[in-house]
Write a protein that binds this ligand. Sequence first.
Ligand SMILES: CC(C)(COP(=O)(O)OP(=O)(O)OC[C@H]1O[C@@H](n2cnc3c(N)ncnc32)[C@H](O)[C@@H]1OP(=O)(O)O)[C@@H](O)C(=O)NCCC(=O)NCCS
Length: 156
Amino acid sequence: MRIRFFEKEDLPAILAIQKKAPQAAQWQAHDYSRLAVLPGGMILVADLETVTPRKVLGFAAFYRVIDEAEIQNLAVDPEHLRQGVARALLEQAKQRLRGAGTKRCFLEVRAGNKTALELYFSVGFGLYARRKNYYRNPPEDALVLCLELFPPAVGP
Ligand SMILES: CC(C)(COP(=O)(O)OP(=O)(O)OC[C@H]1O[C@@H](n2cnc3c(N)ncnc32)[C@H](O)[C@@H]1OP(=O)(O)O)[C@@H](O)C(=O)NCCC(=O)NCCS
């Protein structure tokens, strides 16, 4: 598996994965194309480079403003769950965000999305806030999670 930046040829595969993952944000193609070219935008794609044509396994979309970033979307192909795809995307993102001087990364997730919560906690995110009735269809609280990318030094 390889993690690389989004290319416009990935759009059909990303839209197909997103459709199979209703917990993901249901974006239009232009949402990805636009984010990918914004100065603070970053979309990472996991693929199998050994397969022709390239097989996209999952993606993660980020937006960074100065020293804070947000995960805006994330999904893995249901046929490739629990193979470390999301973890690899998030670990690569951490490195790249740190490299760009990002201090912390936030995200919002449905309080009932236990799978995503397990994933985020496993890579170091912690609970930051709860937004009551933030989501619609169905109504649900949002949990805001935060990952500190540069933990303050311990000691005097
Ligand atoms: C959440 C999601 C991205 C996880 O992708 P994934 O590639 O299967 O996750 P990984 O294999 O990298 O798992 C990493 C860790 O996350 C946790 N995790 C992932 N899936 C889990 C599950 N079904 N149950 C419990 N923990 C889980 C585990 O800690 C796991 O580590 P482990 O396998 O060593 O125990 C995927 O389930 C998905 O696309 N869900 C639908 C879209 C979505 O919810 N997006 C997030 C919106 S905020």
